[in-house]
Design a binder for this molecule. Structure first.
Ligand SMILES: [Zn+2]
Length: 428
C-alpha cells in the first residue's frame, strides 16, 4: 500500500494539530485511557439494574440497533466456542513486538514502524477472505493516520446496515518511569490496546466462515492516543456519507484482571440505542453461560475514553467494552514499556472475547442456522467437535436447553449418544 510518505517525522505533532483544527476538534484534550482513572463524572451510574433510559437530546441514530435474540442459538454457541486463547496471545505478541525483531517494539502513532502493524493487521484480515481497506487521512505535508478495515458484506436486504467491531492499534509509553524516548524505546501496548485488536482479529477469523444479514466491519484505528484521531475522522466521514451504522463495539484494554474477580465494564451513553448494545452484551454473557466474568454497564457521557466516543459524537450507537477500569485499573503497566503480554490475564480476556464474538454474531443476524440439532457449532457437519462441546457441559450449570436433547434437565450418556448416532452427517 501507499506508505512511503506516512508520518513525516519533523512535522508530526504540529501537523496533527493542524489537521484536527481543520475538522473542528479539540486535539489532545481527550487522551484515551489517560482519562480512565478520572473518568467517573457525576452523571455516571452503573449497574444493569438501572435499565435503559430515555434518550436525552442526543442526536438520533440513523437506525435503531438490532434487538438481541434472547433465545439460545447453537450457531452462536458454536461461534463462541471457537475463540482461542493461543490465537489471542499470539496476536498480542506479534503486535507487542512490532519492528522489534522478537523483542518489544513500538506502535507509537508517530513512529515509522506503525506501518508494520497496519500491514500485519491488514494481512490477517485478508487471510480470512475479507476485503481490506487502508483508510488514510491527512496530506503529504501533514503526514497520515491510517485505519485498517476488513469487511464481511451482509447478505440480503439488511446488508446496508453496518455493525463495527473495533480497537486501536497504536500505542504509547509516556508514563514510563524515568521518562520515555519515543524514537528508541518500546511501546509494547499489550493490554492497551493489543488485547482489543487481538479480539477484533479473532472475531474476524471466526465470523468470516459464516454469513450474516448485516455487514460487519472489523476496524483497527490509529492515532487514538493522540485524541481519538483515526476514529474521529472515520466516524465523521461515515456520517457525511450517510452510512447506516447500527452499532459499534469498541474494545480497549480487555486483558487485565489482577484480582481475578472477573469484573468487566461496558460503557454506554444516554441513548437507548447504545444502551441496547450494552444490554445485548450482558444478555449474551448470561444466555451462553459465561459465568467467569460479570458485566457492569455504565450509563453516562463522561466515559468517552476511547474510540466509541467518536461515534457517539456522530449520533451512532456505540459502547466501550473494557476491563474493570473503575476498581482494578492496570495502573502499573499501561502507557509504559512494561505493558507486556506476560502481565495479562489470558482466561479473562478469552471470556470477554467469546462474549464479544457471540454478541456481534447475534446482532449481525446469522443468515442461516444449523440443519441438524446435533451440529452444535453449526459448521454443517456433526463431528467430534460437537461431541466435545456436549461433553464439556457434563453437569454444567446453567445447562443450555439445546444440548439437553431428551429434556430431562441434565446432560447424560443418552444426550451424548444422540450426537454419536449423527456423527459424520452433514448439513447445508
Ligand atoms: Zn487504549
Amino acid at each position: 500500500m501507499v506508505y512511503t510518505r506516512i508520518m513525516r517525522y519533523s512535522l508530526r505533532v504540529q501537523a496533527m494539530r493542524k489537521i484536527s483544527a481543520a475538522i473542528g476538534v479539540a486535539l489532545l484534550s481527550v487522551f484515551c485511557c489517560v482519562n480512565m482513572v478520572q473518568a467517573m463524572l457525576p452523571d455516571d451510574k452503573w449497574g444493569s439494574t438501572y435499565g435503559p433510559r430515555a434518550p436525552t437530546g442526543q442526536p438520533v441514530p440513523i437506525s435503531a440497533a438490532p434487538a438481541t435474540a434472547l433465545a439460545y442459538d447453537p450457531l452462536i454457541a458454536g461461534i463462541m466456542s471457537q475463540v482461542s486463547t493461543s490465537n489471542l496471545s499470539q496476536t498480542i505478541m506479534a503486535l507487542q513486538n512490532t519492528g522489534g525483531n522478537g523483542n518489544p517494539g513500538t506502535r507509537f502513532s508517530y513512529h515509522p514502524n506503525l506501518r508494520l502493524a497496519a500491514q500485519y493487521i491488514g494481512q490477517r484480515f485478508a487471510s480470512f477472505g475479507l476485503g481490506v481497506n487502508y483508510d488514510m487521512y491527512g496530506s503529504p505535508e501533514q503526514g497520515y493516520i491510517t485505519n485498517v478495515i476488513g469487511t464481511l458484506p451482509g447478505v440480503g436486504p439488511n446488508s446496508t446496515e453496518i455493525l463495527i467491531i473495533s480497537a486501536h492499534y497504536d500505542s504509547i509509553a509516556n508514563r514510563t518511569p524515568g521518562g520515555w524516548n519515543s524514537d528508541i524505546q518500546s511501546a509494547p501496548g499489550a493490554d492497551d490496546d493489543g488485547s482489543g485488536v487481538a479480539t477484533v482479529i479473532e472475531a474476524a477469523r471466526i465470523l468470516s466462515s459464516y454469513s450474516f444479514s448485516r455487514t460487519i466491519r472489523f476496524i483497527a484505528f490509529s492515532g487514538e492516543e493522540q485524541g481519538l484521531l483515526g476514529s474521529l475522522w472515520y466516524a465523521a466521514a461515515q456520517q457525511s456519507l450517510g452510512a447506516n451504522i447500527v452499532g459499534v463495539l469498541q474494545l480497549d484494554m480487555v486483558a487485565w484482571d489482577s484480582n481475578n474477580d472477573g469484573v468487566m465494564e461496558v460503557d454506554a451513553n444516554l441513548t437507548a440505542a447504545s444502551q441496547q448494545l450494552a444490554q445485548s452484551f450482558s444478555d449474551s454473557r448470561q444466555i451462553y453461560g459465561e459465568s467467569g466474568i460479570s458485566t457492569r454497564i455504565y450509563y453516562g457521557t463522561g466515559r468517552g475514553t476511547s474510540d466509541h466516543k467518536s461515534f457517539w459524537q456522530q449520533g451512532y450507537p456505540a459502547v466501550l467494552i473494557s476491563e474493570d477500569s473503575s476498581n482494578d485499573f492496570n495502573i502499573g503497566h499501561y502507557h509504559t514499556t512494561g505493558d507486556l503480554l506476560e502481565t495479562l490475564n489470558l482466561p479473562y480476556m478469552t471470556r470477554i472475547a467469546r462474549v464479544t464474538a457471540g454478541t456481534l454474531a447475534t446482532l449481525a443476524g446469522p443468515s442461516e442456522s444449523a440443519i441438524l440439532e446435533t451440529d452444535l457449532n453449526a459448521d454443517h457437519r456433526v463431528d467430534t467437535e460437537d461431541l466435545r462441546m456436549e461433553m464439556s457441559r457434563w453437569r454444567g450449570v446453567p445447562l443450555p436447553p439445546a444440548m439437553d436433547f431428551d429434556k430431562d434437565d441434565r446432560i447424560t450418556v443418552a444426550d451424548i449418544m444422540h450426537i454419536v448416532k449423527d456423527l459424520g452427517q452433514t448439513g447445508r
